[in-house]
Design a binder for this molecule. Structure first.
Ligand SMILES: NC(=O)c1ccc[n+]([C@@H]2O[C@H](COP(=O)([O-])OP(=O)(O)OC[C@H]3O[C@@H](n4cnc5c(N)ncnc54)[C@H](OP(=O)(O)O)[C@@H]3O)[C@@H](O)[C@H]2O)c1
Length: 251
């Protein structure tokens, strides 16, 4: 029997990069998967590529009304779920003197507020014994110029894994975090990072030199870690974090 047979998973930001690879991995492990994202075209393309076990919902995680709508749509489609992968996120970089209130709010509204209220909205639909997985970042552990806001928004998720695990003990819902190091996805672009071509080039070279295994990770390598936390293979593991970073933070 496959590890996620008869399970239903919601993956926020499942139309691209790590979220898409995780949707594919969960389906390979037997799950039905609901993915979210802001763009109807990319949600449509992703669900078509994932096949009949995938269902897409357009929902902007930074908008409270969209999160309530997501709850209604998930309930109508699946009634109950077993796995929630909080993956939707942005990574914008700026030096501290350039950070505006809007910059701060965009990052925190998506990376933390959206994560928090998505969990709150979907909790009543999660079966007892379910698994919540938070996608954080190695930036929660290492210091990097320009990353103060992004890093803080991800570090906040690490405390959620502990506190919600404690709060949800009676329902046997485990909350764990994955902290990826640099991974090759569409995130690594000037538009998504909010930096210039030259800055992107310098950042890429600088980061590569800090990864002991000498390469970026793949989305599939993060998806394998998510499948571990989603399955009963990790049944005695809660409130903790798996760093998946080619040794960047630990060697
Ligand atoms: N790649 C890395 O090196 C790396 C390292 C550490 C952590 N991470 C984390 O991994 C997660 C996935 O990133 P990725 O690398 O796979 O990047 P990606 O390919 O850009 O994927 C990001 C996903 O998040 C979704 N998203 C962004 N804002 C959203 C919003 N407001 N509402 C709903 N969905 C939203 C995007 O969908 P739409 O844009 O269509 O809405 C997309 O599906 C992020 O949380 C990121 O911080 C990535």
């Amino acid at each position: 029997m496959k590890r996620l047979e008869n399970k239903v998973a919601v993956i926020t930001g499942g139309n691209s990069g790590i979220g898409f690879a995780t949707a594919s991995e969960f389906i390979n492990e037997g799950a039905n998967v609901i993915i979210t994202g802001r763009n109807p075209q990319s949600i449509g393309a992703a669900t078509a590529a994932l096949g009949e076990k995938a269902y897409g919902i357009v929902s902007d995680t930074s908008k409270f009304a969209d999160i309530q709508h997501l709850q209604e749509e998930v309930k109508a489609h699946a009634e109950k779920i077993d796995i929630l992968f909080i993956n939707a996120g942005i990574a914008k970089f700026s030096s501290v003197d350039q950070v505006s209130e809007e910059f701060y709010e965009e990052s925190f509204d998506i990376n933390f507020k959206g994560a928090y209220f998505t969990i709150q909205a979907l909790l009543p639909l999660i079966n007892d014994g379910g698994s919540i997985i938070l996608n954080t970042s190695i930036n929660a552990h290492v210091g990097m110029p320009g990353a103060s806001i992004y890093a803080a928004s991800k570090a906040a998720l690490l405390s959620l894994a502990k506190n919600l695990s404690a709060e949800l003990l009676s329902r046997k819902i485990r909350v764990n975090a994955i902290s990826p190091g640099p991974v090759v996805t569409p995130l690594h672009s000037t538009a998504k990072f909010g930096i210039t071509d030259e800055q992107l080039k310098q950042m890429g070279e600088g980061i590569l030199s800090q990864i002991p295994v000498g390469r970026f990770g793949t989305p599939e390598e993060i998806a394998k870690a998510a499948a571990f936390f989603a399955s009963d293979d990790s049944s005695f593991i809660l409130g903790t974090e798996l760093i998946v970073d080619g040794g960047m933070a630990t060697l």
